[in-house]
Design a protein around this ligand. Sequence first.
Ligand code: S3P
Length: 450
Amino acid sequence: MSGHGNPIPMTSRKCGPLKGEAHVPGDKSISHRSLILGAMAVGETRISGLLEGEDVLDTAKAMQAFGATVTNHGGGNWSVHGVGVGGFAEPENVIDCGNSGTGVRLIMGSMATTPITATFTGDASLNSRPMARVTDPLALFGTQAVGRDGGRLPMTLVGAEDAVPVRYTVPMPSAQVKSAVLLAGLNVAGQTVVIEKEATRDHTERMLTGFGAEISVEETDEGRVITLTGQPELKPQDIVVPRDPSSAAFPVCAAVITEGSDVLVPNIGLNPTRAGLFTTLKEMGADLTFENMREEGGEPVADLRAKYSPNLKGIEVDPTRAASMIDEYPVLSVVASFAEGDTVMRGVKELRVKESDRIDAMAKGLRANGVDVDEGDDWWIVKGRGFGNVAGGAEVDTVLDHRIAMSFAILGMATEKPVRLNDGGPIATSFPIFETLMADLGAQIARNNS
Ligand code: S3P
């Protein structure tokens, strides 16, 4: 469990073809935002298909602590009785966001312009991650923050009493920072403007529109200029959470590298700000087809079929696509290991400040399992060995990072010898049904003691 429980060592072995349907859980980004915006609306928001991973459950608890009523009706159906913009109460205790950077950063934004005080903490991974990227722009509203050295959690925020609207250009491609500023702007009279030079996931903008806020987006020479008019009355919504493309990435990549596979992943969200991995895999020669393209709840959705793809080639990944696949580079590097030739990934500095330093974690684990990797501050190159030539056989450190753990579980499905994970526990933060879903498709990923 994301640093809270005993490690869960696992082993992943070569397996036969993967077949069947992979019903992956709800989108993590949209799940967090459904709970937070639901808590800021007046009345009852109903959510179906909520991701019930630890990250999102921690956000649900936090919204309760700020005064919303969050109810689990079973089967992925939840409701949030919101207290309105500016209606948050001061929490009685410390807010523990577990492993979730999205949770803590968005919640900080949502309370930053209400005159209450809240203290935030998390697990060892979250408490080592930079928070100044959020508290710096929040300070412009008048929010005070006191944390540990380097702007780390635990950290206390004192919400601004008479906040002034802000115009802020986000210095790094980060949907979390953009969203924190927009959520803070909700309780401020006047227009808050956020500018991003590169487009990042736009769920906050889409959902704010759905909840009835006045928000406009303009593409200019400066970048994407988002203008939000403060102090709206947010209207409760019925939200159907699409399935998470970042979770779909694991069974999809597993099918691509496992001989004879044919897997259908139904109902996945294909928002263009999230779908970069699938474009990249196709460029590498992966056999992917989108079926039944449609729109649901303001988000594009499709069924994705992935088949074994024996002729993968290494490519230079278009760096302008980085934000739209930022969480997928670890599993892409696994697919790249079985391609012929180098896969070059540039413009990916943000990977160094995720749940772990993901370039470092993947490079170490891939090298230990027989794949050469070169790396620099904001780039890395995986030297593909082709099918049948990746040795495996080593144990990897999953460094409290769900995507590192799942990526190495996928690696072991096509290596010559099994790949061992020192701890599969972090998987529960985003994909609690990963082990059963993969087993049902035919994978052999098992806990060492079972
Ligand atoms: C997320 C934004 C991204 C992503 C994270 C989810 C979000 O983080 O890596 O998993 O829901 O806004 P950054 O904003 O740090 O890029």
